[in-house]
Design a protein around this ligand. Sequence first.
Ligand SMILES: *Cc1c(COP(=O)(O)O)cnc(C)c1O
Length: 428
Amino acid sequence: MLYQRSSALFAAAEQVIPGGVNSPVRAFKGVGGTPIFVERAKGAYLYDVDGNRLIDYINSWGPMILGHAYEPVVDAVISKAKLGTSFGMPTEIETQIASLALSMIPNADKIRFVNSGTEACMSAIRLARGFTGRDKIIKFAGCYHGHSDSFLIQAGSGASTFGTPNSPGVTQGTAKDTLLAPYNNLDAVRALFEANPNEIAAIIVEPVAGNMGCVPPLPGYLEGLRAICTQHHALLIFDEVMTGFRLAAGGVQELYNINADITCFGKVIGGGLPVGAFAARNEIMNFLAPVGPVYQAGTLSGNPLAMAAGLAMLTAINNDKDLFKRLDEKTAYLEAGIKNVLDKNELTYTINRVGSMISVHFAEEAVIDFATAKAGDNETFKKFFHGLLQEGVYIAPSAYETWFITDALTYEDLDFTIAAIARVVKTL
Ligand SMILES: *Cc1c(COP(=O)(O)O)cnc(C)c1O
């Protein structure tokens, strides 16, 4: 497959946009080469500017769980757009999507909508700090919670791909309030609480991590975090920007039956438009302005266009009782197929999977945290990525990313992919 026009468009973009992209991981720095420019997409397929068709395993980094240009979402957006796209005044659809979302999310009475997952996580920790009257937070190496200052400390995927785990521009003052622990390690968390008595407002965690590849919580890990937070009167924040409405209608809280105090959303909740949200019980949410003292706002927050897309998406998910089972089965089929071809070629690998999140690591040891994710063989991954691209299969351009399976994928698509992988692994 040729990607000439993409390369030309990228060269033009580089003249006017830093690195040619509006979000760094799109730039292919982790795998080399130049990014693919998309013309359109439908269902499980991307169509690029060179006329290639690619099977898409990224799906806009998660949101397109039902496939690209999903008609109920597109129709909802078109009809809303004709009525005006933003008023800076309340609209009824905000209440409709809030009610539906809260009927799906466990343990939450109220939800506030913002414009990105970054904003959701940033607002959630401000709320946690306001609520507890404490400054410090704990985050885990390899977990990504958006690009706000407090979180750009060993932040996984994008940040890791570029080797800038601590970004310049984040002040020492901010960094000192973010305590860091390895994922899946409860002792490290206990030690931080002992060293910082009555100072820790919250733990923020990706309850199934997806920004260092897919890294599931070890048995007892989330229960342990819950118990430690309760014991120390700190809040447990689940960053379900990736997992929310993807692993179950109620996200990881439902999947593993564990209650977080604040839950953050993004990606799927916007149906492909810029939407984030955070939700909690009344006692916490009532701390937010205008009811409470913690300020949080947004000119375009809850705009009718984004809410229409989100409402259509959540409605489709809520009405499809078999969706998560189907996604799990498709992804399990893909996993089995990949394992089969990798075994035949005697390659060293680890595959991690939870529901429709899956990642292939060319690593010897089990991948349970950032250190073990980083131990994977990046050179092999690069060849794997480019080989698949030549076969018309698009996976994330970084070894630290989850693949996001969409329900639009058919078993023929999966077989095609497995056959493509079989050809590619012979060249590794
Ligand atoms: C994508 C992501 C974010 C950031 O969301 P944006 O919409 O890109 O700002 C936050 N947390 C997690 C877990 C994510 O995967």
